[in-house]
Ligand binder design. Structure first.
Ligand code: DQQ
Length: 537
């Protein structure tokens, strides 16, 4: 449908048509990045789930391969659901995934490449005696899914975790195995958080407190923390927490119980779900994939013939400066798509003003912006007025406070009838303490009526001496925004009807009442990525 074709992204991963959801089994093997994903080959809505497969040399340009696994066995007849890859000592790959059986029971299955010498890993073999795990006593048949990548215990066994729930408590079950065929369930849980409901797509990985590189999943020891991530089925967001892992009994405890898994920090405050990391041994980094769903109507998805994209893969590191957050940043390879750039230095944005930026075309952009604010104004501002501010419950970018909002308007038309503000909003409590929020306002992002128009965002830590900074990737109908170097991230799925093609523009804005802001920024037009079928397979 040509009317909706402009929504299609140019440098985000998408299948050629139909429905996609969770990232599955990402890995690097013999020079190729492999990406598998939940896919419905028959329609642009969820159902008939199988594994799609694509390969890339750089995580940006992709070649589609044939389906890796289809629903052809009793133990996955109702769906080849989410799973993860593990690379063994000898370089061999094993894949564990959830199958929904003919009876709709969730079981774990083992698969491996038919030919380990094939760098494309085109053909996959399912272990003939699947399933290798069924729901244990006390666990519901529909509450047992999404096995992680395995890591080594100090005893030399492989260990995995699988998400579940007991009543309303979200839990992560732990299993040890030597051969991926026979498993021993541990008595304890990796972790449990009351009130968080079913944990989907649990992820577990180490981060270094001292180094700027990622860690292979089995690395443990001094100077290493462990992250637990769960995708909450009840509220459709990915929550993480940083803590300490105990190899002996397979348990993990959060550093700060008040920001535990499911009640604290999120990978992304917009639309982003079922994320999964992998260790990229090629570049010694941990890379995060996440699914960006649609927020328009199902009818619109059917009309356009596709649904969902994957986020630009993000490197993920422990934020040494805050000690509380992870830092997410688009993989460096995205920079290779940068074309013509423009710089704007020290642009003064008076309180209450909007400044257009002269950029040729604004549907495919990379923007890096830094904001300086008058510290005078911060000192003078009276406290407590908006001490209860929160992006989500606020009036969005139209609501004026003393110290915010200010930032950028992207995918905006000339007359600002459509615009998506990406901005900071500061508040000063009665105690005199400043808080900075990073928000994304979709309320005027589209003239269409059947689309999500929420305001997204959260607090972002700003340390003494730091300027405020934003990076934004704009790709037609996706806006990925990174605040303070990726401490807080927001992905917006927007559906402009006027701010498209040549009519899309970018503005700076400052809607604070008592604050002048100076912005310096650099913008790049972004090239499109090649995402097409693998030739002559
Ligand atoms: N999607 C898969 C499940 C997983 C859910 C099914 C998360 O394995 O729990 O498509 O989006």
């Amino acid at each position: 449908n040509s009317m909706l074709s402009w929504q299609r992204t140019a440098f985000h991963f998408q299948p050629e048509k139909n429905w996609m959801n969770d990232p599955n089994g990402p890995l690097f093997y013999k020079g190729w990045y492999h990406f598998f994903y939940q896919y419905n080959p028959n329609a642009p809505v969820w159902g008939d789930i199988v594994w799609g497969h694509a390969v890339s040399k750089d995580l940006i340009h992709w070649l589609h391969l044939p389906l890796a696994m289809v629903a052809d066995q009793w133990y996955d007849k109702n769906g080849v659901w989410t799973g993860s890859a593990t690379i063994l000592h000898d370089g061999k790959i094993v894949m564990l995934y959830t199958g929904s059986t003919t009876e709709g029971v969730q079981v774990q299955n083992l698969a491996y490449p038919a030919d380990q010498n094939d760098p494309l890993l085109v053909h996959w073999v399912k272990y003939p005696r699947n399933p290798v795990l069924v729901p244990p006593p006390g666990i519901g048949p529909n509450d047992f899914r999404d096995p992680t990548t395995a890591w080594l215990t100090s005893e030399g066994k492989w260990r995995i975790t699988i998400g579940s729930k007991i009543n309303k408590t979200g839990i992560a079950l732990v299993y040890d195995t030597k051969d991926f065929i026979n498993y021993e369930m541990l008595d304890g849980l990796l972790h449990a958080v009351p009130g968080t409901g079913m944990w989907e797509c649990v992820d577990f990985f180490p981060v270094s407190e001292t180094e700027n590189n990622g860690l292979e999943t089995s690395i443990n020891g001094h100077g290493i923390k462990h992250v637990v991530k769960a995708s909450l089925d009840d509220d459709r967001h990915d929550y993480y927490a940083i803590g300490t892992y105990n190899d002996r009994n397979g348990t993990w405890i959060p550093d700060r119980p008040n920001i535990d898994v499911g009640i604290g920090l999120r990978y992304d405050y917009g639309i982003y779900y079922a994320a999964k990391t992998f260790y990229d041994q090629n570049k010694k980094r941990r890379v995060l994939w996440g699914w960006i769903g649609e927020s328009d109507s199902e009818a619109a998805d059917v009309k356009k013939g596709w649904a969902s994209v994957q986020s630009i893969p993000r490197t993920i590191l422990f934020d040494k400066k805050t000690g509380t957050h992870l830092l997410q940043w688009p993989v460096e390879e995205i920079d290779s798509l940068r074309l013509k750039s423009k710089e704007f230095n020290q642009v003064r944005i008076q309180a209450g003003s909007v400044v257009p930026l002269d950029i040729d075309s604004a549907t495919q952009l990379d923007i890096i912006a830094e904001f300086k604010i008058d510290s005078d104004a911060l000192d003078k501002a009276t406290g407590s007025s908006d001490a209860s501010f929160d992006c989500v419950t606020s009036g969005g970018a139209a609501e004026r406070g003393a110290l915010g909002p200010f930032g950028l308007l992207v995918l905006a038309d000339e007359r600002l009838s459509e615009q998506t503000p990406v901005y900071f909003y500061m508040t000063k409590g009665s105690d005199g303490n400043l808080k900075t929020f990073f928000c994304n306002d979709q309320s005027r992002s589209s003239k269409a009526s059947d689309v999500d128009k929420h305001i997204y965002g959260s607090l972002v830590p700003v340390l003494r001496g730091e300027n405020l900074s934003i990076r934004i990737l704009v790709d037609h109908s996706i806006i990925e925004s990174f605040g303070q170097g990726g401490r807080t991230v927001i992905t917006s799925r927007v559906y402009p009807t006027k701010a498209i093609h040549g009519a899309a523009k970018v503005f700076l804005f400052n809607n604070a009442t008592e604050l002048n802001v100076t912005a310096s920024l650099k913008t790049w037009q972004m090239n499109s990525a090649f995402i097409q079928p693998y030739p002559n397979l």
